[in-house]
Write a protein that binds this ligand. Structure first.
Ligand code: ZNH
Length: 141
């Protein structure tokens, strides 16, 4: 459960993500494709080379969606409801993959925020990203 403190840390640190959504998103996706190559099977229609425009665009969309969730933390499940439908009914992404992308996004945050990615901030993102993953997966049964 996200505490009030977690929410404040997320909102504060999200300021450092603003302006870098495309870079951070693309970097997280590239890490996911390299570290967990099975995730590439969802993107047969993408050019997956380093610097690909499609990866950059998709990275921007994913990070902006996370930004919307950070903005709407008190009603995240309604904020993510359409994306949840998309992932469950259209894309049929196996929910295990949400953890993999979350892991990669956290590495990106750690690399870029450096000593500002404190253990408390790490914990807040860990809880937040697993909550987002749970919500994206909640329509699967
Ligand atoms: Zn996802 C899409 C978000 C995860 C796969 N996505 C998408 C989008 C968004 C997102 C925003 C766009 C939509 C529209 O356009 O409308 N995701 C997201 C998030 C997350 C995710 C937030 C978490 C965190 N996904 C994921 C995973 C996977 C995926 C893990 C696998 C691996 N997605 C996907 C796909 C798509 C999407 C395949 C489609 C793409 C194109 O473009 O085609």
């Amino acid at each position: 459960v996200l505490t009030h403190e977690d929410c404040e840390l997320l909102q504060q640190t999200w300021e450092k993500v603003l302006g870098h959504q495309e870079d951070f998103g693309a970097e997280a996706l590239e890490r996911m494709f390299i570290t967990y190559p099975q995730t590439k099977t969802y993107f047969p229609h993408f050019d997956l080379h380093h610097g690909s425009e499609q990866i950059r665009n998709h990275g921007r969309k994913v990070v902006n969606a996370l930004g919307e969730a950070v903005k709407n933390m008190d009603h995240m499940s309604t904020a993510l409801s359409e994306l949840s439908n998309l992932h469950a009914y259209n894309l049929r992404v196996d929910p295990v993959n949400f953890k993999l992308l979350s892991q990669c996004f956290q590495v990106v945050l750690a690399v870029h925020l450096k000593d500002q990615y404190t253990p408390d901030v790490h914990r807040a993102y860990d809880k937040f990203l697993s909550a987002v993953g749970d919500m994206l997966a909640e329509k699967y049964r």
